[in-house]
Design a protein around this ligand. Structure first.
Ligand code: DC
Length: 224
């Protein structure tokens, strides 16, 4: 099986680029952030604070997560319910960020992520895929862009949706999330030693996809 690990900070365009690459390669795209978001959702629905290690851990035996695919799109099922849309709110981004710092949560999701890669060729995106989940991945890419560029993209996205939000507050949020993700005690966001850095600051989406596929093809030439 072939595994392509894509890590990087929030807002670098990982999911869009990874999804497009998976489609072109005919691999399965695994968005691991959705798993952390689902646990955040379950905790919130049970009125458990997402940063309570003890109480969130106690919920884990009641949680069953499954990934499914519809027209190539990943769907995530929480105890049989499709929660793919519900997990996409800013509230769930925050809850996911909190539960992701709990070691028991990371442990709980480890096997699920591993099994996906055991059974399928995957493009898997997250924060610790190349470093912790799939250290044996044949291709590892660290996808990033400057905080200013990531905040600018997010701002454009929200303005297009008709929302009014200041660029400065988004930049602050991006920097805060970067800090949280890279300073937590367990599996912090960091570039794997053998990962290739892909900086998309000055690239369009199409150019980013193209650059990623070029790296993948170059790497797999030695493997296949
Ligand atoms: O990629 P995302 O925004 O959907 O991720 C939500 C949160 O989950 C993010 O704050 C970091 C965390 N996460 C993680 O710790 N490890 C992963 N492999 C994926 C996400």
């Amino acid at each position: 099986m072939i595994s392509i690990a894509i890590d990087g900070p929030a807002g670098a365009g990982k999911s869009t680029v990874a999804r497009a690459a998976a489609q072109q390669l005919g691999y399965i795209y695994v968005d691991t952030g959705a798993l952390y978001r689902s646990i955040g959702l379950y905790a919130t629905a049970h009125e458990v604070p997402a940063d309570s290690e003890e109480r969130v851990s106690a919920l884990l035996p009641d949680i069953k997560l499954e990934l499914g695919y519809q027209n190539g799109e990943q769907r995530v099922f929480l105890n049989g319910y499709d929660v793919s849309e519900q997990i996409r709110t800013p509230e769930m981004s925050m809850a996911a960020s909190k539960v992701s710092a709990i070691p028991e949560v990371r442990q709980f999701l480890f096997a699920l992520q591993k099994n996906m890669a055991k059974e399928h060729n995957v493009v898997m995106d997250g924060r610790d895929i190349g470093t912790v989940v799939l250290p044996e991945a044949q291709v590892k890419i660290f996808l990033t862009a400057t905080p200013e560029e990531r905040a600018k993209r997010r701002h454009r996205e929200l303005v297009e949706k008709g929302m009014e939000v200041s660029y400065e507050s988004l930049l602050e949020e991006v920097k805060q999330r970067d800090y949280n993700d890279s300073h937590r005690a367990i599996a912090p966001l960091k570039q794997a030693e053998d990962a290739i850095l892909l900086d998309t600051t000055h690239l369009t989406l199409e150019q980013s996809i193209e650059a990623l596929l070029k790296i993948v093809k170059e790497k797999l030439k030695d493997v296949l």
